[in-house]
Design a protein around this ligand. Structure first.
Ligand SMILES: NC(=O)C1=CN([C@@H]2O[C@H](COP(=O)(O)OP(=O)(O)OC[C@H]3O[C@@H](n4cnc5c(N)ncnc54)[C@H](O)[C@@H]3O)[C@@H](O)[C@H]2O)C=CC1
Ligand SMILES: N[C@@H](CC=O)C(=O)O
Length: 351
């Protein structure tokens, strides 16, 4: 049976969830997807680095006591050594799931670049490399015959990017808009029950929805990155975050929430991008008090939804999980399956 060896860069909620799926589903997973998966390297700021060409004991790696680093395991060290691990690992796929840096995407951009240039395909849920260096990294992937997959960068495990690229062929999409951040949607819903914004954010953090710095969720920079990704991937734009007006939800008060409810409305943080008649891209992130009859008003908790404005179908909406450790760990698995399928197709074409 074919096998893929993977290196995990970052060992937080999402990459641990992927490791859990591999560890607990074991041979059943291999039988279902048609190939074996082994983790042969892990690096993490807090835990250090670990390399085992024969495969890492995920049961041990996932249950290290607090304060114990990978130095306690064979092949482990107390420091991450990201670049060394990425360039020297025997893995054929690198999985980048470190913090999203909304300013310049680093060091994740460098992680992805180093992996592609050293002959590894990459899957990532990190919005930074995709939004801030997507064109460059996709070009490097093609130049090196590698794949750069990032389904989980928008709407977690909900395959909105695959949907748009594979299920809408022949349609002209003029705009995309929706609820693109699970944390802020969860927070607004909790505030409707009387919870304070701060307490609701703390809950979202405990549930694994929020960014390491939840300001990104609340002030809209996470949505801003996702709007850039959707505009560039689906509208064929070439915009950056500087082209996306941004306003978050921190100024929404309990009184605003109550006033909206009395008026039959619900506050939602909406990301949107559209191409206007003269071809310009108008892109925004803003809170909107939607009427309860609006299709996005019923989107609750960490669920996200994206509507596509098309020429032949009118509006098509995709909804599903927008955040969550396991849901996003699945996004990485779906990318690995896609990478395997591309590699099989390429090998078949050479026969
Ligand atoms: N949690 C979610 O629901 C979703 C998360 N994402 C994205 O996936 C990525 C990971 O998210 P989580 O696992 O939830 O975050 P997390 O904060 O739980 O884990 C991130 C891990 O990366 C490590 N790390 C950070 N910088 C590093 C570096 N320079 N070198 C090595 N390790 C480093 C940290 O020590 C931490 O263990 C983020 O970019 C996030 O925006 C995307 C979709 C959904
Ligand atoms: N913090 C993000 C995670 C997914 O991108 C969110 O809450 O949507």
């Amino acid at each position: 049976m074919n096998r893929h060896d993977i290196a995990l860069i970052g060992f937080g909620g999402v990459n641990r969830a992927l490791a859990e799926i591999i560890h607990t589903r074991g041979q059943d997973l291999s039988d279902e997807i048609g190939f074996e998966l082994r983790v042969v390297a892990i690096t993490d700021l807090r835990l250090g680095s670990l390399m085992r060409t024969e495969g890492i004991d995920l049961g041990t790696a996932l249950t290290l006591p607090d304060g114990v680093t990978f130095a306690s395991m064979p092949g482990g060290a107390a420091v991450p050594q990201n670049d060394f691990v990425i360039r020297s690992t025997t893995a054929d796929i690198v999985v980048e799931a470190t913090y999203t840096n909304p300013v310049d995407g680093e060091p994740a951009v460098s992680h992805v670049r180093a992996a592609l240039q050293s002959g590894k395909s990459v899957t990532t849920t990190n919005k930074g490399p995709v939004a801030l260096a997507g064109a460059e990294l996709n070009r490097i992937a093609v130049e090196h015959g590698m794949r750069f997959e990032y389904e989980g960068s928008v709407m977690s495990g909900t395959p909105v990017l695959s949907f748009a690229s594979r299920v809408l062929p022949g349609l002209r999409v003029s705009g995309v808009q929706g609820i693109l951040n699970g944390t802020s949607n969860y927070v607004l819903g909790q505030m409707e029950t009387g919870m304070t914004l701060a307490d609701a954010v703390a809950e979202a953090q405990a549930l694994g929805y929020a960014e390491a710095d939840p300001t990104a969720d609340i002030e809209g920079s996470d949505v801003q990155l996702k709007v850039v990704i959707l505009a560039n991937e689906i509208l064929g734009a070439n915009i950056t975050t500087a082209d996306v007006e941004r306003q978050g939800i921190s100024r929404i008060t309990p009184e605003d929430i109550a006033e909206a409810a009395a008026d039959g409305r619900r506050w939602k943080l909406i990301g949107a991008a559209r191409r206007d008649p003269d071809g310009r891209i108008i892109a925004t992130v803003e809170p909107v008090a939607l009427p309860l009859t609006h299709p996005l008003a019923g989107i609750t908790g960490p669920t996200n939804a994206v509507s596509f404005d098309t020429d032949l179908l009118g509006t098509v909406t995709v909804s599903g999980p927008g955040a969550g450790r396991t849901e996003t760990g699945y996004a990485l698995l779906s990318d690995i399956i896609a990478i395997d399928a591309h590699q099989r197709a390429a090998a078949e074409a050479l026969r």
